[in-house]
Write a protein that binds this ligand. Sequence first.
Ligand code: SAJ
Length: 424
Amino acid sequence: MKNSINTISMIGLGYIGLPTAAMFASRGIRVIGVDINKHTVDTINSGKIHIVEPDLDLIVSEVVRQGYLRATTKPESADVFLIAVPTPFMGDHEPDVSYVEAAAKSIAPVLKKGDLVILESTSPVGTTEKMVDWLAVVRPDLKFPLQKCEVPDINIAYCPERVLPGRVVQELVHNDRVIGGLTNTCSQRAMMLYKTFVEAECIITNARTAEMCKLVENSYRDVNIAFANELSIICDKVSVDVWELIKLANRHPRVKILQPGPGVGGHCIAVDPWFIVSNTPGEAKLIRRAREVNESKPNWVINKVLEAIKKYLKNNPSCIARDVTVACFGLSFKPDIDDLRESPSLLIANKIAEIHAGTILAVEPNISHTPDNLNRKIILCDTSEAIAKAHIAVFLVAHESFVKMNEAFKNDFSHIVDACGVLA
Ligand code: SAJ
């Protein structure tokens, strides 16, 4: 078994690829980061980062300064290739693995006997096996696992990332890793590699199970959030405070209900369950239903806001809709981050701005600029201005700074829609 690793190549320098590349580099391994985006490459080579992730900037600037991390747009020869490229879905929630295919084909020309290739991207079951086909087409001179050969020239494994945005640096080191090699040697080599910085356990399985494991982790969370979201709708109907209910139910030793919210955002939990559904549509009934429940939650919140506006107008008959100012608290996809990608809160604020004739204010303490996809009618302001000017408060993200002020909000607003439990 080949153990010596002089150079690692990370294909894809996004939210997972860059931190992982930086961790290897911080352990004294030479890392060549590859990304098709020249701006990303230039930013990293200047010792800076193009994403927001606590502590990552310091690590990257140090490893670039020491010469352990270098970025480029074209793959070069290395001992290990890690692939961390996006796997979005297409039209009818079909997984799109074209970025993985392109990444595999881009490294094929520089592969040499003895190399290890690891796929980290969240992928439908069977993608690691497909990777063998993509590589073998370009490199018929090399022997790959699963082909009828005694000892393959190239080792291939799947090892999903499982880190939480906002805690990536910490979780990369302390989360267990599931490693699915196409052969036992592939798994063992991948495990030795991750052990250079992973302090938690690296557990070996086969590639299909490792692929499914990643999809199942995010589907599990999605189904549980859907349960909480459905509860919030039921409780609203029967006039029960869902936040109090969940706190009470969670006192049972075997109950752990998650928190309802305005919907599920981000690039992972709202996407990955569809990979299971599209592969086994007849069987994945609960997983599909959970997605539907979570996807419909923003509309439910929008209707609640419209009801609140109607109620306000009824209580203030001298007003017309244009006189009613609505303040949306929170735009990011989850608390205490600046990430607005696939954010249900942003979607809700934009939709209210579209429908409602009055002024819409938005408070997002984690951003410093107006996002391009924010409805131009929405005015960004701080919490005190929103309290002073708005008639209706809509809580969309439970940022800590909002939760700390919950008593003030209760006193200042008579009309509130609390989609995320800021006032609980
Ligand atoms: N959410 C709720 N209620 C909750 C928890 C979350 O409504 O009780 C919402 C959030 O507000 C957000 C969405 O769900 O809109 C997703 O947030 P999250 O914190 O649950 O997860 P992500 O998308 O930031 O990261 C997930 C993580 N997966 C799991 O916890 C199983 C992370 O470990 C994965 O690495 C990541 O997906 C990924 O990259 O796949």
